[in-house]
Design a binder for this molecule. Structure first.
Ligand SMILES: C[S@@+](CC[C@H](N)C(=O)[O-])C[C@H]1O[C@@H](n2cnc3c(N)ncnc32)[C@H](O)[C@@H]1O
Length: 221
């Protein structure tokens, strides 16, 4: 039997913030997620979303055990001619939770040197922990040259998910990925393919159902 068939996956249709508020995740669970953009939570208004985003980042950093990690995949947006830097918002939340940055990777969404309009040519991949530190010898590339397959428009890039799963296996004791905003389950499927268990929460019943069944082909080389 392969690792992919042994690893477990549970997807709950519900509120991911509630799961984070409960906190106290076991030592072997990591949060890996992509928080919704302002356009996905129109009821909050822009300022309300900004506060929600910082607060939810703080909850995600506080919910994991001291030596565990929280990982965020976020793409900035432009609003009225100004950049909204989501790495800054995640790090503001992390500061509130007493978490430090373990690594910050830039994922290329378009080839370097290309001008993009609207969304930027990169996404942030940020890893935080309250206690874990990494020796310098454990560095991995800071720039991921490709986004890889995307299961839908708001998905985490496949190459980013693969990098996170490899990191969790090699450098942490985390063996379960918790994605409280799991969408169609890209991170859950990649985690399972690496032998990691996965728990997802998604408020859309349709996407939660897709997340229960998503299987990805072999990882690109
Ligand atoms: C950026 S997308 C995540 C995409 C996901 N990483 C993937 O690869 O498919 C954010 C998701 O969060 C969901 N969402 C928004 N608010 C939520 C909440 N309070 N609880 C759970 N899911 C929520 C949205 O429906 C959306 O699918």
């Amino acid at each position: 039997m392969t690792a992919a068939t042994e690893a477990r996956r549970e997807v709950i249709c519900g509120d991911g913030v509630e799961l984070l508020r409960r906190g106290h995740l076991p030592d072997d669970q990591a949060v890996v997620t992509s928080l919704p953009d302002a356009s996905e939570l129109p009821g909050l208004g822009f300022e309300g979303w900004r506060d929600w985003f910082v607060e939810t980042s703080a909850l995600a950093c506080a919910a994991v055990a001291d030596e565990a990690v929280s990982v965020f995949y976020q793409t900035d947006v432009k609003r009225d001619g100004r950049w909204v830097d989501k790495a800054h918002l995640v790090l503001t939340g992390a500061d509130r939770a007493g978490a430090h940055l373990l690594w910050h990777k830039v994922v290329c969404r378009a080839p370097p040197g290309l001008a993009t309009f609207g969304r930027p040519a990169y996404a942030h991949l940020l890893c935080l922990s309250r206690r874990l530190t990494l020796p310098p010898g454990r560095s991995t590339p800071d720039v991921l040259p490709r986004l890889g397959e995307m299961t839908w428009a708001r998905a985490m890039g496949r190459e980013a998910c693969e990098a996170v799963a490899r990191f969790l296996v090699a450098d942490t004791r985390c063996r379960t990925v918790v994605d409280p905003f799991c969408g169609v389950g890209t991170m859950l499927a990649v985690a399972n393919a690496h032998g990691l268990d996965a728990v997802g929460v998604e408020r859309s019943a349709k996407r939660a159902e897709r997340a229960r069944r998503l299987v990805l082909g072999p990882a690109p080389r």
